[in-house]
Design a protein. Structure first.
Ligand SMILES: [Zn+2]
Ligand SMILES: [Zn+2]
Ligand SMILES: [Zn+2]
Ligand SMILES: [Zn+2]
Lengths: 154, 154
DNA sequence: TTGCGGAACGTTATAATATAACATTTAGCC
DNA sequence: GGCTAAATGTTATATTATAACGTTCCGCAA
């Protein structure tokens, strides 16, 4: 919910995310195969949202469909989110209940933070209702400066 | 601000948009060249957001950079918006003051409506502030059913 | 008017992102 | 073990976007 400090030790976050993912997949009867786990780990290891071809390269010998299929699986089970603005992917810090993500993207350091603010979704839903539109999915992506980069910029 | 009825006569909308664009460009000292005007007209003629390569085809004999340059110009001067989710473009119904768009995108008929709801932006700004993040740009894209398609679906 | 200089455009090639189609392997189940 | 469906491998190609460089056009000023 808060912005990840750039110098925090990210290792434990990755380990924790993988544990949660194992659990969540078990609960759902979904198979977190080796490739899928490796992609998820790579996504988490990256501090910033990471693109499919960067993942592909990190995986070593693999073709595009391999990584896209893994990403599709992870998206379908709510373990990652896609950032539309960046054509990139980021780990979900609290999978288990389906939700659209709301993201803060630092234009300086690339870091991303996920919000899940009820009032944002409500504001959209209310405004949409006024026009008679029924909201089914929602993309919210704010670009700007994270706390650390904001300080640096003075 | 409200959803465009699918059977409304779109011709006048296009004509009006082009007039406003002429005016706005004059005001800004920007050149609305033939290509740029044709691209803007094509964007407006399309009921739904339209992609760069569809515009390219409609233009006839032209190469990608031609249409992308025109789109860049139109974006820079606030005459169109880009829909990130769709990699597509839509005319702005009220250019003249820079603003991020907030969009309602019908998954059935493809129609798009632009909102400019203060409360949405405020909700995002407030939630971002809590984390110390400074918002500079904002993408809001809701997917769902427009009033007409909602009725059809019962 | 003519020539200058920058903006706009043309053209070719290529980068970056994503999917189609089909063969092969693997994992779970009886 | 043998069956089946899911997962993965493999090749080709679609889709979206930009780089690089040459040419043309347009406003402006000598
Ligand atoms: Zn999430
Ligand atoms: Zn930052
Ligand atoms: Zn607008
Ligand atoms: Zn519709």
């Amino acid at each position: 919910m808060s912005f990840p400090s750039p110098q925090h030790d990210h290792g434990p976050c990755v380990v924790h995310a993988l544990q949660v993912a194992e659990e969540e997949c078990r609960r759902r009867g979904a198979r977190l195969t080796d490739i899928r786990r490796r992609v998820l780990e790579l996504v988490w290891r990256s501090h910033a949202p990471i693109g499919a071809y960067a993942l592909l390269e990190a995986l070593g010998k693999a073709a595009p469909p391999t990584v896209y299929r893994a990403l599709d699986f992870l998206l379908a089970h709510g373990l990652i989110h896609r950032i539309e603005k960046l054509n990139a992917f980021v780990g979900c810090p609290h999978p288990g209940h389906a939700h659209p993500g709301q993201f803060l993207l630092c234009r300086q350091c690339g870091a991303a933070a996920e919000l899940n603010d009820e009032s944002i979704e409500q504001a959209v839903r209310r405004a949409a209702e006024k026009t008679g539109f029924l909201v089914a999915g929602l993309v919210v992506e704010a670009e700007g400066l994270c706390p650390a980069c904001r300080k640096d910029a003075v």
